[in-house]
Write a protein that binds this ligand. Structure first.
Ligand code: ATP
Ligand code: MG
Length: 139
C-alpha cells in the first residue's frame, strides 16, 4: 500500500460535489487516511503550485485555488499515485476518460474539481504541506 494527496478544489466544494467525489474515490478502492476542510491564502496556494510559477495560467490558478474552501485528503491504495491519476482523468475534463472524476464533475481545464500528486516524492511533500506530524502518525 502507498499514499497520495488529493485536493477537492473550490469549484467542487462550492457546488456541493465533495461528498459525491469522496464516495467515488472510496468506491474506486481508496481508503481515506486524513481529511480536512480549509481555505488557502495566496502565499500557501502559490507555494503549493510553485512548480508552475511563471506559466501563463499561474495567477489564474492561484486565484482559483484561493476562491473558496478546499478539501485536502490523504488516500491509501496499492500504487496510490498512479491509481489516483487514473481515477481523476486528464487535466482538461473534455479530454478526460468516461467515468473519471474530472469527466463527471469538472467544469473546465482551470476549474477541474480535483488535484492529485504526480509522483511518490511529490505525494510525500504535499502530504506534509497539509497534515501535521500528529495527523500523520500511523500513516
Ligand atoms: P493538478 O496538479 O491540479 O492535479 P494536473 O497535474 O492535471 O493538475 P498540471 O499540469 O499540474 O495539471 O496543472 C496544474 C493545474 O493548473 C491544473 O489542474 C489546472 O487547474 C491548471 N492549468 C494547467 N494548465 C492550464 C491551462 N492551460 N489553462 C488553465 N489552467 C491550467
Ligand atoms: Mg499537477
Amino acid at each position: 500500500m502507498s499514499l497520495t494527496l488529493a485536493i477537492i478544489k473550490p469549484d467542487a466544494v462550492g457546488s456541493g460535489k465533495a461528498g459525491k467525489i469522496l464516495a467515488h474515490l472510496e468506491s474506486a478502492g481508496f481508503t481515506v487516511r486524513a481529511l480536512r476542510l480549509t481555505t488557502l491564502d495566496k502565499t500557501q496556494a502559490g507555494a503549493f503550485y510553485a512548480v508552475h510559477a511563471g506559466r501563463p495560467f499561474y495567477d489564474e490558478l492561484v486565484d482559483f485555488m484561493t476562491s473558496g474552501p478546499v478539501m485536502p485528503m490523504v488516500l491509501e491504495a496499492d500504487d496510490a499515485v498512479a491509481k489516483l491519476r487514473d481515477a481523476i482523468g486528464a487535466t482538461d475534463p473534455a479530454q478526460a476518460a468516461e467515468g473519471t472524476v474530472r469527466r463527471l464533475y469538472a467544469e473546465s481545464k482551470g476549474r477541474n474539481a480535483i488535484h492529485a500528486s504526480d509522483s511518490d516524492e511529490n505525494a510525500a511533500i504535499e502530504i506534509g504541506f497539509f497534515f501535521s506530524m500528529h495527523e500523520r502518525l500511523g500513516l
